[in-house]
Design a protein. Structure first.
Length: 427
């Protein structure tokens, strides 16, 4: 694989065939997507769950909300564990937990049992989300990480966008338990595939390694703090818009929920396109340049949406979502490249860095989505929501301006290794 770094035991190198690269990409996509796809697949069946168990829809919603809590908690724990014990064993244990919990969902007799099983399902499944970023850092150079993250996200999003449709069709044809039959079979297949095909990619730990040492060094790093804040704040734009969008389109604009779903899908498509562009441009530009490009486009798009709100044009979905698509394209550049920067500060602590970033993104996102819902549901225009998104865009850009240190000289790790080899040869 192009850009593979180091040579961990069994890992792919430049001499591997292209087929090996496709296998690694497939594994990264599967381990990253198994948790979010399982999340969205159940969403269409929530009304049926409430009716089946005779509970309020808000209780049934906990199968989704606590699932998101499980994703956040899992990343905080599994990342450091993968640094200590290795990517492969932690990943297999996590996916094994997901398989067992998914089977538990099938046989759940009460809604609390189903909610508990879903929480465990998220704890196990989210292991793939945090470990996949660490594996990418293990294998690829700093300036190749963002393109690989974007490529994995782009491929995964295609399946993720189809997961609600799949869940709805399964529930309609066979009942809600059929969804968990499919999730159990799919997670078991992924676990077996990874058990046979994935090598250990973790690098040797330094003597100062350890959870406390990793956290201490990361917290003291301005670069890590800046990149993480940039990535987390960029993701909050998505959560804010997703929280307030339904109320604006359905309540304020008087459109149907189906129409909102169609419009919201355009933002997901724009995010997909942004990741594909990032894959194309990342090998030729530094991640700092790509972050700055994304921040400029993100700030410009959010400012334009704010102007539409002030002038009254945003009372039509075409203006609101059309401009938000620009923001989402930019968002893809900012998120993937700032994530690459964060997990590159301490390569041997990539799991801890990835876990902390994922925990903050999901944890803060749960609160921010509620804030977005409040802005959308307690106002008569789009102005409060678009103003909040513009403010978050300014904060996001500020992290790169005031926190992340300037990189005056960018030297790839491959060139350093090559120089050392040449020097030893001359001696």
């Amino acid at each position: 694989m192009h850009g593979v770094m180091g040579k961990p035991p069994g890992a792919a190198t430049d001499s591997n065939s292209f087929a090996t690269s496709k296998v690694m990409l497939l594994m990264l996509v599967l381990m990253t997507g198994v948790a979010p796809i399982s999340l969205y697949m159940l969403v269409p069946a929530l009304p049926v769950l409430a009716t089946t168990f005779g509970r309020d829809i808000s209780v049934a919603q906990m199968t989704v909300s606590l699932y998101m809590v499980g994703i956040a908690c899992s990343q905080l724990v599994m990342g450091p564990l993968s640094d200590k014990f290795g990517r492969r064993p932690v990943l297999l244990c996590g996916l094994g937990l997901m398989v067992a919990a998914s089977a538990g969902c099938i046989f759940a007799e009460t809604l609390p049992q189903l909610i508990a099983a879903r929480f465990l399902q998220a704890l196990g499944g989210a292991t793939g989300m945090v470990v996949s970023r660490a594996i990418i850092r293990d294998l690829y150079s700093r300036d190749r990480i963002s393109s690989m993250i974007s490529l994995v996200i782009a491929v995964m999003m295609i399946a993720q966008m189809l997961s609600p449709l799949t869940g709805g069709l399964l529930e309609t044809a066979f009942g809600w338990r059929a969804i968990f039959y499919l999730i159990t079979a799919a997670s078991l297949t992924v676990t077996v595939f990874i058990a046979f095909a994935l090598p250990e990619t973790r690098r040797d730990r330094s003597e100062a390694g350890g959870f406390r040492g990793d956290v201490g060094s990361l917290v003291k790093s301005r670069a890590f703090i800046g990149y993480v804040l940039c990535q987390v704040l960029a993701s909050q734009i998505i959560f804010t818009f997703a929280g307030g969008g339904p109320y604006i389109v359905v309540t304020q604009m008087g459109r149907t929920s189906a129409e909102y779903g169609a419009w919201f899908a355009t933002t997901g498509f724009a995010y997909l396109i942004g990741n594909l562009f990032c894959v194309r441009f990342a090998p030729r530009h530094s991640l700092e340049k790509l972050i700055w490009f994304g921040l400029a486009l993100q700030l410009g798009g959010s400012l334009l949406n704010l102007v539409w709100s002030i002038t009254g044009y945003n009372q039509a979905p075409s203006f609101l979502f059309g401009t938000q698509m620009i923001v989402m394209v930019a968002n893809a550049f900012v998120m993937s490249n700032s994530a690459a920067g964060a997990i590159s500060v301490r390569p041997d602590a990539a799991g801890t860095a990835s876990g902390a970033m994922g925990f903050l993104q999901q944890g803060i996102g749960a609160l921010v989505s509620q804030f977005g819902a409040y802005l959308g549901g307690h106002s008569t225009s789009t102005l409060p929501l678009t103003a909040a998104i513009f403010a978050i865009s300014i904060l996001c850009a500020s992290t790169m301006i005031f926190i992340v240190p300037r990189r005056t000289v960018v030297v790839s790790e491959e060139l350093i290794e090559q120089a050392e080899e040449e020097e030893s040869g001359m001696l």
